[in-house]
Design a protein around this ligand. Structure first.
Ligand code: TYM
Length: 329
């Protein structure tokens, strides 16, 4: 049995990108592997949420995880800040992470562009905290979307470096995982880029059907194919990419053929796509409402998860302290 870790920042509702990039694989893995799934609330402090916002978002995301099918009986679901061991490992790994390599990561460069007035040290060391999240359980597999590839490279680097410095073979080097397939990138509805929480281009699992329909009908397309078998434009390919996840293969083929033969009607494509997204999200949305109203259940899940996750984190920290040389007199 392999150890698997994945996480998500509680900065808004879960969207289709989160589901198809990370959660879907996790659902399959929790049947067979030793799985940990957590809410990365330490990470979300880089954007300075208020205490009320932070608490509400963690609750919302926890309810959404559970509604999406993550099963607290099969995997360990916990809140990152319930594990102080993660903060300790982060501190220890920071001593061997270099400013230059951190400054060069794409996510850091993107973040300083997005929040130029708040370039805090937490943003710079974000990949170190992420490495701590993963290796604190000595995980080998990390089901994530394509956008996390570079963070995983950094995790491997920090794990390898620790082993090298202390001449041990302690931490495994974890890899991204998508059952042998390429990692997923769900595009946004704005014609380019990935679907995100803050980009205003996303469809959320919790979103009501009327709003989903409106967003899909407004999605960016092109002016239509003008020659047979023309290469599909990026904006239309984006809609096909989402369709690939939520619709049947026959539906996708039907619209691809219509495109190739130049008689596609984007209104029809969008109507079908909206309907298939709504069919997919409706049962999840209904469950989110039920679970969110059940505070006792949420608190039981969080407590159970924290206890289970701490067992493995405490063991790792104890061994790491010994390796580093923090020994009793
Ligand atoms: P976050 O919160 O941005 O996203 C959570 C998960 O959703 C995936 N994802 C996507 N996949 C495909 N297409 C998209 N458009 C899309 N948008 C988001 C992400 O790849 C991710 O798997 N740093 C992480 C959270 C984190 C973490 C970890 C993940 C912290 N520590 C340790 C794994 C292991 C993040 O910000 O993800």
């Amino acid at each position: 049995m392999e150890t698997v870790v994945s996480g998500i920042r509680p900065t808004g509702n879960l969207h289709l990108g989160n589901y198809f990039g990370a959660i879907k694989n996790f659902l399959k893995m929790q049947e067979e592997q030793n799985c940990y799934f957590f809410i990365a609330d330490y990470h979300s402090l880089t954007t300075h949420p208020t205490p009320e916002n932070l608490h509400e978002s963690v609750k919302q995301v926890l309810a959404e995880y559970l509604a999406a099918g993550i099963d607290p009986e099969k995997s360990t679901i916990y809140i990152q800040s319930d594990l102080p061991e993660i903060a300790e490992l982060y501190l220890l790994l920071n001593m061997n992470a270099y400013i230059g390599e951190l400054e060069r990561t794409t996510s850091f460069k993107d973040k300083i562009r997005a929040q130029p007035d708040n370039v805090n040290a937490g943003l710079l060391t974000y990949p170190v905290l992420m490495a701590a999240d993963i290796i604190v359980h000595k995980a080998k597999k990390v089901p994530v979307g394509k956008d996390q590839e570079q963070n995983l490279e950094m995790t491997r680097k920090f794990a390898r470096r620790f082993n090298h410095i202390y001449k041990v073979d302690y931490f495994p080097e974890p890899t991204t995982f998508n059952f042998g397939e390429d990692l997923i990138k769900i595009p946004g509805l704005d014609g380019s880029g990935k679907m995100g929480k803050s980009e205003g281009n996303g469809i959320f699992l919790f979103e009501d059907p009327a709003s989903i329909k409106k967003k899909v009908m407004r999605a960016v397309t092109d002016s239509g194919p003008s020659a047979m078998n023309q290469t599909v434009s990026e904006s239309v390919q984006n809609l096909f990419d989402i369709m690939k996840q939520v619709s049947t293969p026959d539906t996708l083929d039907f619209f691809k053929e219509k495109y190739a033969s130049c008689d596609i009607r984007y209104g029809d494509l969008k109507k079908q796509l909206a309907e298939d997204i709504i069919n997919f999200t409706t049962p999840i949305r209904e469950k989110i409402e039920d679970i969110k109203a059940n505070d006792a259940y949420l608190s039981k899940v969080a407590q159970m998860g924290a206890e289970k996750a701490r067992e493995s984190a405490v063991k790792t920290i104890k061994e790491v302290r010994e390796i580093i040389g923090f020994r009793k007199f």
